[in-house]
Design a protein around this ligand. Structure first.
Ligand SMILES: [Zn+2]
Length: 70
């Protein structure tokens, strides 16, 4: 049994994390509690586009948009 800490819900996003929609650096991770759900990564733009639906689905949101220093 191995524990991959990178998958822990509290793990922070890194430069290697990319928006699933456009490939930009991801600043928000949504973790779905559904069976086999997994994580979705979004840039700020695409998270805003999907935020209502994700929250409505009960996703756990890790929002690191405050780290955007564009
Ligand atoms: Zn995007």
């Amino acid at each position: 049994m191995s524990v991959t800490t990178a998958d822990a819900p509290t793990a922070q996003l890194t430069r290697q994390d990319r928006c699933d929609r456009c490939g930009a650096q991801a600043y928000v991770r949504a973790t779905l509690a559904t069976a086999g759900g997994g994580d979705l990564l979004f840039c700020g733009h695409h998270f805003r586009a999907h935020e209502a639906k994700l929250v409505g689905a009960g996703a756990q949101i890790l929002d690191e948009r405050h780290l955007i220093d564009a």
